[in-house]
Structure formats: structure tokens, C-alpha cells
Design a protein around this ligand. Structure first.
Ligand code: HEC
Ligand code: HEC
Ligand code: HEC
Ligand code: HEC
Length: 348
């Protein structure tokens, strides 16, 4: 009898705890991030933190190569990006790229086994562009990636195709206002945190440069002022859910929810995120979209577009990818600082 009562009490206690913690299974922890009274509290579940930690462990560092000796451009036949590296550094980055992108397949994922100078595999052509993209991120987007930077591993994590990419949804490609176009709503999707918000906030906001706005610039905005403000509002919240989920944080990591639009009461992280949005747009339009003719059909989306990046491609549940580990050290080919390294090792 008393066993049964105990059992019921436990069930009731567990159910009560679940209700109080907004349907998240306990335990749930919270940390105050803003001034007292601003409600800027970060709520997190240890289980989710542990899962993100496993996914975001940094890769094993590779053995350092000597910067001395002849340049790769002198030793090899068809080197267009990494020519200023020493032959040793060049060999090292080939080994690293294999571990980061094609650990199962090895060198021949990108190379014809009979001739390493040959460019017939699309994977090699894509990789050359990926090398340039990585250098561009590390050299020109320090407003977002700071000195931490990225390597191929930041996005690929040992996979041929990064775990998080997006395509234009078939509905976003339809004419607006067409009958039966739900704009991706009411179809809960992982990328917007399983809400019924528009599930493709990416095409307009990070595939193109549409304004990310909820607060109208004028009272009673008209179509001329601001095209379809309500649609924009819904998609803005969809994108914000994606950003929070990708970083494993709450809205208050960046906003004081008293006023989402106000920059004065936002955290410094919101400014970093602002540049992250611009960087992601730049990478999608300047690097990935132009590869449309290079990718085989089986890699393209339902409307024929290339796979593209969003915040989750790099972040994968962590506020900084790989928790900000110092992964660029010893990889001169990825910093865009190759020429400096070569000059420093020249006999003088
Ligand atoms: C993920 C793709 C990828 C993998 C895997 C890869 N490579 Fe490469 N490799 C490239 C790219 C891209 C270039 C051209 C670099 C440039 O243009 O600066 C290249 C060039 C080379 C060259 C120069 C050939 C020449 O004469 O022009 C050699 C040698 C080479 N790789 C060796 C290797 C070895 C050995 C492995 C395995 C340990 C390997 N690569 C794995 C992408 C790859
Ligand atoms: C900012 C994220 C990011 C970085 C950094 C990055 N990649 Fe990629 N990579 C992508 C995306 C997105 C795709 C497209 C995915 C697809 O093919 O479906 C891709 C595709 C590829 C592919 C084609 C794979 C296939 O099977 O179709 C290769 C090869 C590749 N990357 C190599 C590299 C190499 C080598 C580096 C480092 C020099 C690198 N990537 C750095 C995001 C990245
Ligand atoms: C990682 C930082 C970050 C997180 C987390 C975040 N936001 Fe944002 N939010 C931004 C940035 C940056 C902008 C401005 C975008 C721009 O102008 O390009 C913005 C804009 C907005 C706007 C539009 C304000 C206006 O000017 O009309 C709203 C509303 C908003 N966020 C709500 C949310 C909500 C709700 C959440 C949680 C689900 C959230 N945000 C999570 C960074 C963030
Ligand atoms: C190319 C990879 C990449 C992409 C894509 C990317 N980030 Fe980042 N992000 C980074 C790196 C690397 C850092 C760490 C910088 C540092 O160490 O300060 C970072 C840091 C941040 C920070 C600062 C966190 C803190 O606590 O200081 C925020 C916020 C952020 N990113 C938001 C975003 C948002 C939002 C997006 C999508 C619109 C995004 N990022 C897309 C690589 C990326």
C-alpha cells in the first residue's frame, strides 16, 4: 500500500517538474548573463551540453612540417592555391584534408590514382575552391571568426558532406501568392527548432540580402515601404530559432527581450552574430552558388540549387564551433598568410 502511494508521489513529482521546466526533462540549469532584473538568463540542459561537447571536440593536431625547402609550385605540376607552401607543408595539408573530409576514402576521393596533377574528379575542383573559401574566411572575416578561424574540419568533421547544409525549398521557389503555397509553415522542421514557423528562412535572409526585421520602419507600413511585413516577421522568427538552436543558446544570449530591435541593450554577441549573417551570405553567393555547374546532380537540391551554409554548418550546437579551440595553428595553407610564412623562411 505505502509502496503504491510512494510510486504515485514520484510520478506526480516528476510530472510537476516537467511542467515547471517548460516540458524539458529535468535537470535544467540557469545562469544569469545580463544585469539583475533584466531577465537575461541562459537556461540549459546538461544532457544537451554534453551532446554538443562530444560533437565539438577538436581534431587531433597533426605533426608540424618544416617551412624550409623548395616551394610546392616548383615541385608539383598543377598547384594553383597552395604554391607558396614548402613541399613538406603541402604534404601535411594533403594528409590533414584527407582526415578532415575523406578519412574513409583516402587520397583517391579527390585524386585520380594514376596522376595526382589531374583535375578530372569534381571533388578536387570543389576542394580547391574550398581552400580559397577557408583562406577568405580566416583573412577577411575576423569580425566574426576572430583569431580562432576555421579549417575544413569546422564544417566537415570527417564527413564528405557537412552534416548541416540547406537547399531552397520547393515552396520558396514558387511565385509568392500562388495557390497552395504555405511558405513552409505548419510543417515543423528541425532547422527552426520544430516550430511551425516558415521552414526556409534561409533563401531570403542568408541566400539573399533581405532585411531581417520585425519592427516596422513606419506606422502602418504599406507594400511600397516594406514588402509583406507579416511574412517577413514570421520568417525573422524562423531564422532566430535557427540561430539559437545552432549555437545551443537562448534568445537572451544576444537580446534583452524588453526590445529585440534595440542594439543599445543587446549583448556584444549580437554584433558578432550580425557579422556572421553577412559572412554566411557572402560565402553562399561568392563560393557555393558558383559551384552549381561542378557538383553532380545527386548533390543538388529539389529545385537544382547547390548545397549551402547556415549557422549550424560551423557551430553544430556550440556557441563557438569546437568551443573556440586553437585549430589554425600549424596550418599556414589555411590562413591566407602563406606568402608571409614563405618570406620569413627565405635566406636573408
Ligand atoms: C579533399 C580533397 C583532397 C584529398 C583527400 C587529397 N588531396 Fe591532394 N590535392 C587536392 C587539391 C585541391 C590539390 C590542388 C591544390 C592547389 O591547386 O593548390 C591537390 C594537389 C595534390 C598534389 C599535387 C599534384 C601536382 O603535381 O599538381 C599532390 C602530390 C597531392 N595532392 C597529394 C595528395 C596525397 C598524397 C593525398 C592523400 C594523403 C591527397 N593529396 C589527398 C585535394 C585533395
Ligand atoms: C564553411 C564551411 C566549409 C568549410 C570551411 C569547408 N567546406 Fe567543404 N563543403 C562545404 C559545403 C556546404 C559543401 C557542400 C556539401 C555537399 O556537397 O552537399 C562542401 C563540399 C565539399 C566537397 C564535396 C564533397 C562531395 O562529396 O560532394 C569537398 C571535397 C570539400 N567540401 C572539401 C573541403 C576541403 C578540402 C576544405 C578545407 C580546405 C573544406 N571543404 C572546407 C562547407 C565547407
Ligand atoms: C546569436 C545571437 C542571436 C540570437 C541567439 C537571437 N538573435 Fe534575434 N537578432 C540577432 C541579430 C544579429 C539581429 C539583427 C539582424 C540583422 O539586422 O541583420 C536580430 C534580430 C532580431 C529581431 C528583429 C528586430 C528588428 O529590428 O525588427 C527579432 C524580433 C529577434 N531578433 C528575435 C529573436 C528571438 C525571438 C530569438 C530567440 C528565439 C533571437 N532573436 C535569438 C541576433 C540573435
Ligand atoms: C564559417 C564558420 C561559421 C559560420 C558559418 C558561422 N559562424 Fe559564428 N563563429 C565562428 C567561429 C570560428 C567563432 C569563434 C570566434 C571567436 O573565437 O571569437 C564564431 C563565433 C560566434 C559568436 C560569438 C560567440 C561568443 O560567445 O563570443 C556568435 C554569436 C556567432 N558566432 C553567431 C553565428 C551566427 C548567428 C551564424 C549564422 C548566421 C554564424 N555564427 C555562422 C564560425 C562560424
Amino acid at each position: 500500500m505505502s509502496n503504491r502511494i510512494n510510486g504515485l508521489a514520484i510520478v506526480a513529482a516528476v510530472a510537476g517538474a516537467a511542467l515547471l521546466s517548460a516540458c524539458e526533462p529535468p535537470p535544467v540549469n540557469s545562469v544569469q548573463r545580463g544585469y539583475r532584473g533584466t531577465g537575461m538568463v541562459e537556461v540549459y540542459r546538461p544532457a544537451a551540453v554534453a551532446a554538443a561537447a562530444t560533437l565539438n571536440a577538436p581534431p587531433a593536431p597533426s605533426a608540424a612540417a618544416s617551412p624550409d625547402g623548395p616551394r610546392a609550385s616548383q615541385v608539383f605540376k598543377n598547384v594553383k592555391v597552395l604554391g607558396d607552401l614548402s613541399a613538406g607543408e603541402f604534404a601535411q595539408i594533403m594528409v590533414d584534408m584527407t582526415a578532415w573530409v575523406a578519412p574513409q576514402q583516402g587520397c583517391t576521393y579527390c585524386h585520380a590514382a594514376t596522376d595526382f596533377a589531374d583535375d578530372s574528379l569534381y571533388t578536387k575542383v570543389v576542394s580547391r575552391r574550398m581552400l580559397q573559401m577557408t583562406q577568405h574566411i580566416n583573412a577577411d572575416w575576423k569580425t566574426h571568426v576572430a583569431e580562432t578561424g576555421v579549417t575544413c574540419y569546422t564544417c566537415h568533421r570527417g564527413n564528405n558532406v557537412p552534416a548541416n547544409v540547406w537547399f531552397r525549398s520547393a515552396e520558396a521557389a514558387k511565385m509568392p501568392g500562388m495557390l497552395g503555397n504555405k511558405a513552409g509553415q505548419n510543417a515543423p522542421a528541425v532547422q527552426v527548432g520544430l516550430t511551425s514557423l516558415p521552414n526556409d528562412p534561409f533563401s531570403s535572409f542568408i541566400g539573399a540580402n533581405e532585411e531581417i526585421r520585425v519592427v516596422a520602419p513606419a506606422a502602418l507600413p504599406t507594400k511600397g515601404d516594406h514588402p509583406s511585413m507579416i511574412k517577413q516577421t514570421e520568417a525573422t522568427y524562423g531564422l532566430m530559432m535557427h540561430m539559437s538552436k545552432s549555437l545551443g543558446v537562448n534568445c537572451t544570449y544576444c537580446h534583452n527581450t524588453r526590445s529585440f530591435a534595440s542594439w543599445d541593450s543587446s549583448t556584444p554577441q549580437r554584433a558578432t552574430a550580425y557579422y556572421g549573417i553577412r559572412m554566411t551570405r557572402d560565402l553562399n553567393s561568392a563560393y557555393l552558388a558558383p559551384l552549381a555547374g561542378v557538383f553532380p546532380a545527386n548533390r543538388l537540391g529539389p529545385t537544382g540549387d547547390v548545397p549551402k551554409l547556415n549557422c549550424a554548418t560551423c557551430h553544430q550546437g556550440a556557441y563557438k564551433p569546437l568551443y573556440g579551440a586553437d585549430i589554425l595553428k600549424g596550418h599556414p595553407g589555411l590562413t591566407g598568410g602563406v606568402k608571409v610564412a614563405a618570406a620569413a623562411s627565405a635566406p636573408g
